[in-house]
Ligand binder design. Structure first.
Ligand code: NAD
Length: 307
């Protein structure tokens, strides 16, 4: 039986990774300090005998080593995942995301783990051209959050390289799906807009709505994580859909699915917002056999049905 540690297990993405691993017969330990995570996300997992949960901090070495136990693979999702919060409290983002990842790598070396999959972010690329973003192009992190993610992926790969541990950093684009917190500051435009429309309220768009994002459904992100782990892959991979959608199109699609016609309200653009984002997924396609399997509309329907 394969064993895994999932950090950030009670969070949006971590909890979906836990569910899929359990479905595939893995024994799973979930570690989370519940700072932004919610135990409700682990309701399915808690019904499984193959799941244990540890409430603890990834910055604590003893906690991490105990949670790793005999794990073959660590899926490291725990982080402070907010750009605005990272500007407000750079110390918090740096300790959680950088020191947290260092502690996980320390534990991985100590426990002789086979592979570590690091949740990185498209934010490492910054807002400049060219598009779509390719793994080999120069990075330009534009926030303490993005800088922490770049540091974490680089450091983890260096430590893994020295110790003979496979380390893959997955640069997630805009992930969406069930369990995403609609109260979330930035990433959660989809659950936020769905919730507003369901309440008959008009969503607010900052700018002209022609800014675009590469929204990837959470199940595809989980599939990329599993592909890396089962293939014992190392390296940096974009995890995206490879196509972008404008915010105006997003509102149109949600309206259509809900059979509504609520016009958005437009306000001044927010400073620091990226205009366009799109990931090149040819490397993940080639090496991980990764293929986004859920259309954007279908992902939105599944998200609506989960609310
Ligand atoms: P989330 O906030 O739902 O999950 C993060 C989890 O980590 C939470 O459950 C939180 O309680 C836990 N956590 C935070 N600090 C911790 C600590 N010190 N010790 C233990 N647990 C801790 O966020 P998410 O959207 O599921 O993001 C998961 C990962 O994916 C993060 O690393 C994030 O940076 C990355 N990511 C997410 C997106 C996205 O669109 N959601 C995009 C790019 C990258």
């Amino acid at each position: 039986m394969r064993r895994a540690l999932v950090t950030g297990a009670a969070g949006f993405i971590g909890s979906h990774i836990v569910d899929e691993l359990l479905d595939q017969g893995w024994e799973v330990c979930g570690l989370d300090d519940l700072s932004t995570g919610d135990l409700e996300n682990l309701e399915r997992a808690h019904n499984s005998d193959s799941f244990t949960f540890v409430r603890g901090d990834v910055r604590d070495r003893t906690t991490v080593i105990n949670a790793i136990g005999e794990a073959d693979v660590i899926f490291h999702q725990a982080a402070l995942a907010s750009v605005p919060d990272s500007f407000e409290d750079p110390q918090a983002v740096t300790t959680r995301n950088c020191a947290g990842t260092a502690t996980v790598m320390d534990g991985a070396v100590d426990r002789d783990v086979e592979s570590v999959v690091i949740a990185s972010s498209a934010a490492v690329y910054g807002s400049g051209d060219p598009l779509p973003k390719k793994e080999g192009q120069p990075v330009e992190p534009e926030s303490p959050y993005a800088a922490s993610k770049y540091y974490a992926e680089k450091m983890a790969r260096q430590v893994g390289g020295q110790a003979g541990i496979n380390v893959a950093a997955l640069r997630y684009f805009n992930v969406f799906g069930p369990r995403q917190d609609p109260e979330g500051e930035y990433a959660a435009v989809i659950p936020k807009f769905i919730t507003l429309l369901l309440n008959g309220e008009r969503p607010v768009i900052f700018g002209d709505g022609e800014q675009s994002r590469d929204f990837v459904f959470v199940k595809d992100v989980v599939a990329a994580n599993l592909a890396v782990a089962t293939g014992s892959c190392s390296g940096v991979f974009n995890v995206a859909r490879g196509e972008s959608v404008t915010i105006n199109e997003l509102v149109e699609i949600i309206n259509e699915i809900l059979d509504m016609n609520l016009e958005p309200m437009y306000e001044d653009p927010r400073s620091g917002d990226i205009r366009h984002s799109c990931g090149d997924i040819s490397k993940a396609r080639k090496i991980l056999d990764y293929e986004p399997s859920i259309t954007f509309e279908n992902g939105i329907k599944q998200t609506i049905n989960s609310l």
